[in-house]
Ligand binder design. Structure first.
Ligand code: C2E
Ligand code: MG
Ligand code: MG
Ligand code: MG
Length: 285
């Protein structure tokens, strides 16, 4: 009996694995046509200054799959990286974000910025034959002179990228800055959270990961962490964005710690471009 059970369990697992695998390959295949079929789009989440002004929008990708419905980035960005599609998708994101930036600036003012997430795979292979990746990315950010100026674009990279990065990653990030493109360190606090990163890489913004923001008011360790990150960043001349702010209490604590910008469902979920254009900020302090 035991033997039979083991056998059943094994075949159950391999069936599961097989279907997970074929589901995955199906997504990879469908992703190949997603841009051409106009199934990808960006949503924009407002980032507010402490004075309650809309100051930036973060562009976040969505995939409206014809059969499977709406697919979140956590389900397909990793696949795009693994199967060599991130370069094309990443360039599309920047083109689209720049287009949006122009309409956003017409409504919300010339100082409003748009940030885009750049995947480590778009930068870390910045070496020898992959040199062009970064060049291409920067050219894409720049665009033509009649377009919105690149200094209104922010590139968000995850803290994890820097943990096993080499000299080429450092060069890549510095060349963004040389081109007037600002850099934000995303998901800060989930990696080594080292001061050295900020000093070596000349980061413009730190984004405190939402897992810490969401524990504010409930867990004193998170309070200490947020407060420390903010004062440490300020010492280095880096501005701080808190992401994942869901309650008034979290916002109040962050303001008390001197946080510069707030982003989260408490203020707004990510919006379609159309809704982002008519978004009205609330007074927050
Ligand atoms: P991220 O860059 O850290 O983005 C923040 C995520 O938190 C977004 O999820 C956003 O919708 C969500 N969020 C914002 N405020 C709140 C809140 O108050 N509560 C909660 N629970 N969540 C909140 P989303 O859009 O699903 O994106 C997930 C991740 O996918 C992003 O994390 C980013 O790493 C990646 N991603 C999104 N768009 C792109 C893209 O265009 N290119 C690349 N390479 N990665 C992307
Ligand atoms: Mg981000
Ligand atoms: Mg991220
Ligand atoms: Mg984040």
């Amino acid at each position: 009996l035991a033997k039979q059970q083991v056998r059943n369990t094994i075949s159950f697992f391999s069936e599961e694995l097989k279907s997970a695998q074929s589901e995955k390959m199906e997504l990879v295949k469908d992703l190949r046509n997603a841009i051409a079929n106009k199934e990808l789009y960006l949503v924009y989440q407002p980032i507010l200054s402490v004075r309650g002004e809309v100051i930036k929008f973060e562009a976040l990708i969505r995939w409206q799959h014809p059969k499977k419905g709406l697919i979140a980035p956590d389900r397909f960005i990793g696949l795009a990286e693994e199967f060599g599609q991130i370069r094309e998708i990443g360039l599309w994101v920047i083109q689209e974000a720049k287009r949006a930036l122009r309409s956003i600036q017409k409504v919300h003012g010339d100082n409003v910025q748009v940030s885009v997430n750049v995947s480590p795979a778009q930068l870390s292979k910045y070496q020898s034959e992959n040199d062009y990746l970064l060049e291409e990315l920067i050219t894409e950010c720049h665009g033509k002179s009649e377009e919105a100026s690149p200094n209104k674009l922010i590139v968000e990279i995850t803290e994890h990228l820097l943990m096993n990065s080499d000299e080429s990653t450092r060069k890549a990030l510095l060349s963004f800055r040389d081109e007037g493109i600002q850099v934000a360190l995303d998901d800060f606090g989930t990696g080594y959270s080292s001061l050295a990163y900020i000093m070596n890489y000349e980061i413009d913004y730190l984004k405190i990961d939402k897992s810490f923001v969401q524990k504010l008011g409930a867990e004193s360790a998170s309070e200490t962490l947020c407060e420390t990150i903010i004062s440490m960043a300020h010492t280095l001349g880096v501005k701080v964005i808190a992401e994942g702010v869901e309650t008034r209490e979290q916002a109040d604590l962050l303001l008390a710690y001197g946080c510069d910008y707030l982003q989260g469902f408490y203020f707004s979920k990510p919006l379609t471009l159309y809704n982002a254009l008519s978004y009205k900020a609330v007074k927050i302090s």
